[in-house]
Write a protein that binds this ligand. Structure first.
Ligand code: AMP
Length: 728
């Protein structure tokens, strides 16, 4: 179908607009007329009644309408498009005679912006399909798997394909998949993000491979101009659903937003105290603005025996997916994450709209200067990352042997894992990433047959300069602040203030979900403070502690305006810094222990460990949970010496600092605003603790769900439904 022709079919005026606020309390999935096998799957997942977006979209979709839905992650949007999509496939297959060749065909395509989301959608679909037997299968081809592995899988014509636009387009161009003959449904999930990732052109081209008539779903967090082009391209007389639902979605009413103005180095001090003294309770995502800072902060916290897990685009996909799963189950309390992928295009977009708004010659001039500064800062940022990426040749010995499943020909396991929705990371990719950071080509040549890889490995060793450029591979389709369904996150800390107001919204939207309370705490460093911090960091011998990039104040002011327009306030969280004086020596000690060299070493160590984990995770996706018993992602990296005395905080050091609770602003109960009080341990309890007998009943030893983990089963006996055992 030509794009022009498609556009002719669109008539927004014909569109039915639905703004559902409520759903009949008695409505069930059975009332929606869904296939019995799907109803059983939903019951198994404990989905008792449809969410508003599901209640409204499923009947319209089953009636054949195109759907444009404004629905965020958390609203139940995946089931809203996946249930009718599968229902239609089951209906067609049921109507065909047994062994009909027509039964085998790809009938549904789900486009997603990130590999993380592809994994999540596929895993969710496999759960729904539990009672469909072999009638319907789903294949995830997002990520950068080897074509040799992907193409035989595509040749089996999976019923549903989940992919990023670029990945499916590449396969369509290679004639690896036929989406013309029996195709029924196209879904574009997180459409606004698809636009942010500049996928519109891919989608446009992709449409030329689809038949003339098919049903489309466009799910988007916003319905603004950014998704207009996609709307025009793929929808015909759509039913427009503008969900105002706050029951499943991230609710701003339940979010307490806080900020604190501090210096660059004080960020470390405050975070250390808040976490160590549990003034910030519950599961917490800490956002930083670069991968290097991920490891810097992890190593810093390690000094005080505060374990954390890192999440960034450099880690292999299997590990990333697993880390999020484990975090959701409560295995880790603190996740240090970057959201670099999700920021693509946002900065430029936001700056452009700000420029439009802020008229006036003088202001324009000032902004131009600022833009130049920002570009310089960005360059510096990249330079810093490159610097960190510069790994001396042969620093790590590669230990790939045949048993690690690196062989390209040995694709069967990978195929199986992919069909199960694991979206197994491309071995070649991982190996080349290692070759890149390793700088040596000490990789089994048998496994490195592709000339592309050889070229990469050679260039990695060719010169320090080229090696410096290559560095560990970042996944361009990584995205963590959008689309990923984090559960039970009590707090989000913007350790580094986000570079755009939009990314602030996405980051803080990871908490206060599903009707729960949540808190966001943002560190804002003024330009003046940044300057001062540079001076003080010199004392520490490393400028790496100071995050000089971006203008926190400027973005913060934008965020405040945006939040005010939405009826929300960001309150000041005041920390009496003099109360923390006793901790400053420890902070300085810890900072001195974490050097650029130790960060580089930790980063390598982590990457190497995660690549091996990624191999083991294949077993995870093959349902061999035993293999995972000892697989943790938050192991201490300690390339620096951890000083045992830093683990404990003596009573005399206890500060009077306001706890960051999740209670609403204005709530003046002691928990909401009171000073933290410390119950002095009785001699008895101290003695017991020394003897190792006094482990506190609830918090002493946590059940580790990893030990009893089962894929897709929603947690162990002790951790039913993947729910967190310890609540915020
Ligand atoms: P989504 O918006 O598709 O990312 O879904 C967000 C979360 O809601 C996921 O954890 C789903 O498992 C869950 N969910 C979706 N539909 C329902 C439902 N009808 N009842 C309860 N939970 C649901």
């Amino acid at each position: 179908m030509s794009v022009e022709k498609t556009q002719k079919h669109i008539s927004e005026t014909e569109a039915a607009e639905v703004t559902p606020n409520t759903v009949d309390d008695n409505l069930t999935f059975a009332d929606l007329g869904l296939d019995d096998r799907l109803l059983r799957g939903l019951a198994k997942m404990n989905f008792t009644k449809p969410t508003p977006v599901q209640a409204k979209s499923i009947p319209l979709a089953l009636a054949g309408k195109d759907i444009l839905a404004k629905a965020r992650t958390g609203s139940g949007k995946t089931a809203a498009f996946m249930l009718p999509l599968i229902h239609k496939i089951l209906a067609v297959k049921d109507s065909l005679p047994a062994n009909s060749p027509e039964a085998t065909a790809t009938r549904g395509l789900v486009l997603v912006p990130t590999v993380e989301l592809a994994g999540q959608v596929t895993a969710f679909t496999n759960n729904i399909l539990l009672f469909c037997g072999r009638a319907v299968n789903v294949l995830n081809i997002a990520g950068k798997q080897n074509d040799k592995v992907q193409q035989p899988l595509l040749a089996t014509q999976p019923d549903i394909i989940v992919a990023t636009p670029s990945r499916i387009l590449a396969q369509l161009k290679l004639n690896a998949v036929d989406l013309k003959t029996h195709f029924q449904t196209l879904v574009i999930d997180e459409a606004d993000l698809v636009c942010n990732y500049d996928y519109q052109e891919d989608v446009k081209e992709l449409l030329t491979f689809l038949p003339k008539i098919f049903q489309s779903f466009l799910m988007s967090a916003t319905l603004g101009d950014d998704v207009d082009s996609l709307k025009q391209l793929v929808l015909r007389s759509p039913a427009i659903l503008k969900m105002e639902d706050k029951t499943m979605d991230s609710s701003w009413d339940n979010l307490k937003q806080l900020y604190t103005i501090c210096s660059e180095t004080d960020k470390y001090l405050i975070l250390y105290v808040l976490l160590k003294l549990k003034l910030l309770k519950g599961k917490c995502i800490i956002f930083v603005n670069s991968i290097e800072r991920c490891y810097r902060l992890k190593l810093f916290l390690e000094q005080f025996s505060i374990p954390s897990v890192v999440l960034n685009s450099e880690l292999p996909l299997n590990s990333r997916v697993h880390i999020v799963e484990e975090f959701n189950k409560g295995v880790y309390d603190y996740m240090i994450a970057t959201d670099e992928g999700g920021l693509k295009g946002e900065k430029e977009e936001e700056e452009a709209s700000v420029q439009e708004l802020e008229a006036g010659d003088e202001e324009e001039k000032a902004e131009d200067e600022e833009d130049e500064d920002k570009e310089d800062e960005q360059d510096e940022d990249e330079e810093e990352d490159e610097e960190i990426d510069e790994i001396p040749e042969g620093e790590i010995e590669m230990e790939f042997d045949g048993s690690e499943g690196e062989d390209i020909e040995d694709g069967d396991d990978e195929m199986e894992a992919m069909m199960k929705g694991s979206d197994s990371e491309d071995d070649e990719d991982e190996a080349s990433a290692m070759a890149d950071i390793d700088g040596s080509a000490a990789v089994d040549s048998k496994k490195r047959k592709s000339s592309e890889l050889e070229t990469k490995a050679e260039s990695a060793t060719a010169s320090t300069k080229s090696k410096k450029k290559s560095g560990p591979k970042k996944d361009q389709e990584y995205g963590v602040s959008r689309g990923i369904d984090f559960v039970n996150v009590a707090a989000v800390v913007n350790f580094d203030f986000p570079p755009t107001a939009k990314s602030y919204t996405h980051r803080v939207g990871r908490t206060a979900r599903g009707g729960q309370m949540g808190t966001s705490l943002s560190f804002v460093v003024t330009a003046e403070e940044k300057e001062k911090s540079v001076k003080s960091s010199k004392i520490l011998g490393s400028s790496g502690w100071v995050h000089m990039f971006g203008d926190d104040e400027q973005v913060f002011n934008r965020v405040v305006k945006q939040q005010e327009a939405a009826g929300c306030t960001i309150n000041n969280y005041t920390i009496p810094m003099q109360q923390l004086a006793g901790f400053r020596y420890r902070m300085d000690d810890a900072m001195r222990a974490v050097t650029r060299g130790s960060i580089r070493e930790a980063r390598l160590k982590e990457l190497k460990a995660e690549m091996l984990n990624s191999e083991k995770l294949k077993a995870h996706f093959e349902d061999k949970p035993k293999d995972l018993e000892f697989l943790r992602h938050d192991k201490t990296l300690h390339p620096t010496r951890v000083q045992p005395h830093m683990k404990h905080v003596p009573d005399y050091m206890m500060p009077k600092v306001q706890a960051v609770s999740t209670q609403k602003i204005g709530d003046t109960t002691p928990e909401g605003l009171g000073h933290i009080t410390y119950k002095k341990k009785t001699q008895n309890s101290v003695r017991k603790a020394r003897q190792g007998k006094g482990a506190n009943k609830s918090g002493g030893k946590k059940n580790d769900p990893l030990k009893k983990f089962s894929f897709g089963g929603g947690g162990s006996k002790n951790n039913k439904g993947g729910k967190r055992q310890k609540t915020a």
